[in-house]
Design a protein around this ligand. Structure first.
Ligand SMILES: [Zn+2]
Length: 214
């Protein structure tokens, strides 16, 4: 079983009260339930990108015989909150959890990166999540995507502030596929062909991780 977590949701922007509700950040603090995410300069929203890529990964994994659960059923709702997303892997007893996002950085910045919880809060976050991050990073590189030139080292980013990762008790990572504010990457994420390339690479990474665990 694999959990795919498409970041944000289509109606988050319309329900600011709901998404500003404070929830546990998984490290003793609180943070907002969820956020709206970013968008390209032309207005293609991150939540739509995330959901489309997740759906494509789901189709590919299902075809490969892997069961998949999504943390949200469509792109027309609100939430779920980050703490609930973070617990989804345990609820599904998932072998891997991938949260799918795209970033909104300075226009000159580019590339993908994979975030994992650090310092780790449990055994799954210590070894397996970091292995999943490396395998997924390698698959995205193999898919022709460049390492981030603005965050992390070698496209890997240890993070203490991402509640969805902090709450995880199964191997969980968050992929920032591209910088939506970069013109070249905006064109890529806005095209179905580009999204299919991301989905193919993420699928390869997940299957590689499951195989290594095999
Ligand atoms: Zn995001």
């Amino acid at each position: 079983m694999v959990v795919l977590d498409p970041g944000h949701n289509g109606r988050n922007g319309a329900e600011p009260g709901a998404i500003r509700r404070q929830v546990s950040d998984g490290r003793g603090g609180m943070k907002a339930c969820n956020t709206t995410g970013t968008a390209t300069d032309a207005g293609y929203p991150e939540h739509a990108f995330n959901f489309d890529v997740a759906t494509r990964v789901q189709q590919r994994l299902t075809a490969a015989g892997v069961q998949v659960v999504l943390t949200r059923p469509d792109d027309d709702g609100v939430g779920p909150c980050v703490d609930e997303r973070g617990r989804a892997g345990e609820e599904a007893d998932a072998a891997a959890v991938v949260s799918i996002h795209a970033d909104g950085a300075a226009p000159g910045a580019a590339g993908f990166h994979v975030a994992y919880s650090a310092p780790p809060l449990n055994p799954a976050q210590a070894g397996p999540a970091q292995e999943l991050a490396r395998v997924l990073r390698d698959a995205l590189r193999d898919g022709g995507f460049p390492d981030s030139d603005y965050i992390g080292d070698d496209a890997l980013s240890p993070r203490a502030d991402l509640a969805g990762l902090n709450h995880a008790t199964r191997p969980t990572v968050l992929v920032e596929c591209a910088n939506m504010r970069n013109a070249d990457e905006a064109a890529l994420v806005s095209s179905p062909e580009g999204r299919d390339r991301y989905a193919a690479a993420i699928t390869d990474g997940v299957l590689g991780f499951l195989g290594r665990k095999g």
